[in-house]
Design a protein around this ligand. Structure first.
Ligand SMILES: NC(=O)c1ccc[n+]([C@@H]2O[C@H](COP(=O)([O-])OP(=O)(O)OC[C@H]3O[C@@H](n4cnc5c(N)ncnc54)[C@H](O)[C@@H]3O)[C@@H](O)[C@H]2O)c1
Length: 412
């Protein structure tokens, strides 16, 4: 059977750092067909095509760019992704890495043209949108997968296995943090990360809200989020710090702190981690993941990155390009595994022609719950909706009514 062609929509940071190198490797291993990338204009596409990091790892590979690279850089084509999707024959794969608010129209366009979809988190911004796309995808036996790569960190998978075996007991309380670097404030973030659009809880806190559900199997049921507003260098005001308190269906509580403020001179590329406590009959148990310091640090002669520093703590687990028994470098880590697993879902669904068997495969993926799909990770959309309402109302508690025919969020 012909291998799937993949069209990536968006050409930004996550495409450069994780998605394109992962897909190039899968292409090199014969697991996928042609790769194309569509952005609004040529600047990001040129950066990707000429990236020294990507060239070093994949010296012989290129993608087809939309628009073509000889298009003037000041010409913008915000609707071009629709034309790019039309170039695919049915049942290929559209990999969406656009800004959050464009996920929904792009997914709808892809489904309309009979394409499987893989999308970075958050899938969409409302539960209503999620229900709509899930229904269409099921009718057409198309895959929708959400790229929550932290699920593929070995420590998360191990925690899930051991929680399900009962080694910890019942989740009772925990804390998580993810503090992104201060320098984000000087980046494009300052143009869109304003109070009316986003906040640290919904932008990055969602990873740990999802992870605790992934590990324990418990759905989050209510949330209170407070934010601290500060001005970006350009004067725009955003919530630059947030604290969320999430309650899970068994009454367990997760405290989540987030921000754009990890010091630029700090050794890590951010600060992140998770600590959970569990209750047993006459004892307690605990789990602690230091997701920032993975035990590797460098003091080196030359600065590796902007902002400049000479001491680094290296996350060897997320995504690295390393020497291997082949040309260039190969990707390793859970960032790669996640994309490999998602692409394999697309392959498996279409490995049979039988409509019923295709549906059964989609349902198998939903029920297994390893890969995030609309069916098994819909609570993320609901909690994000609730979180946005809560932060706008200074921490008012919002809950999810899962028992209603159509779950909704409401003020408690
Ligand atoms: N840990 C994670 O899971 C993770 C990490 C980073 C980003 N993300 C998600 O990935 C998405 C992209 O984030 P990023 O950091 O790469 O952003 P970015 O701003 O670096 O890149 C966005 C890209 O989209 C392109 N784009 C914008 N409008 C477009 C249009 N109409 N048509 C075609 N291209 C268009 C831009 O040209 C740019 O290349 C976001 O949804 C973000 O939440 C997830």
């Amino acid at each position: 059977m012909a291998k799937k062609n993949v069209l990536i929509l968006g050409g930004g940071m996550i495409v450069h750092d994780q998605i394109l190198p992962s897909l190039y490797h899968l292409q090199r291993m014969g697991e996928i067909g042609k790769i194309s990338v569509c952005a609004r204009h040529t600047t990001p596409l040129k950066s990707l095509q000429e990236s020294p990091t990507i060239k070093e790892a994949f010296p012989e590979q290129v993608f087809e760019p939309f628009p073509p690279l000889d298009t003037p850089e000041d010409k913008y084509y915000p609707e071009l992704y629709k034309e790019a999707i039309k170039t695919l024959s049915p049942r290929q794969c559209v990999f969406i890495a656009l800004p959050d608010h464009l996920h929904y129209p792009a997914i709808m366009e892809a489904l309309d043209h009979e394409q499987h979809v893989i999308c970075v988190k958050p899938l969409v911004q409302t539960y209503k949108q999620l229900v709509e796309i899930e229904k269409i995808a099921k009718e057409k036996r198309l895959f929708i997968g959400v790229e929550y790569h932290k699920r593929f960190d070995i420590r998360s998978l191990l925690a899930r296995k051991n929680y399900q075996k009962g080694l910890f007991g019942e989740f009772v309380i925990g804390e998580a943090k993810m503090i992104e670097p201060y320098y984000y404030r000087h980046s494009n973030f300052q143009n869109w990360f304003t109070c009316d659009i986003s906040d640290p809880f919904t932008y990055v806190g969602c990873h740990y809200v999802d992870l605790v559900a992934f590990i324990t199997g418990l759905k989050p049921v209510s949330v209170s989020v407070v934010g601290i507003k500060k001005a970006f260098p350009n004067g725009n005001v955003g919530y630059l710090w947030s604290h969320g308190r999430v309650t899970y269906e068994n009454g367990g509580i997760l405290s989540v702190i987030n921000g754009l403020g990890y010091p630029d001179i700090g050794g890590g590329s951010n600060q992140q981690g998770l600590e959970l406590y569990f209750e047993n009959e006459d004892s307690t148990a605990t789990l602690r993941h230091d997701d920032q310091f993975r035990g590797v640090s460098y003091s080196i002669k030359e600065e590796l990155t902007e902002p400049k520093k000479k001491f680094y703590t290296i996350n060897t687990d997320y995504f690295r390009l390393v020497p291997w028994n082949g040309p260039g470098l190969r990707p390793v880590g859970y960032g790669y595994t996640s994309i490999e697993e998602l692409m394999r879902c697309v392959e498996r669904i279409d490995s049979v022609d039988d409509r019923q068997k295709q549906l059964e495969e989609i349902e198998r993926i939903d029920n297994l719950g390893i890969i995030a799909t609309p069916k098994n990770s819909f609570y993320n959309e609901l909690i994000n909706e609730a979180g946005r309402l809560s932060i706008e109302q200074k921490g008012r508690v919002y809950s999810v009514n899962y028992n209603a025919e159509f779950p909704t969020v409401y003020p408690d």
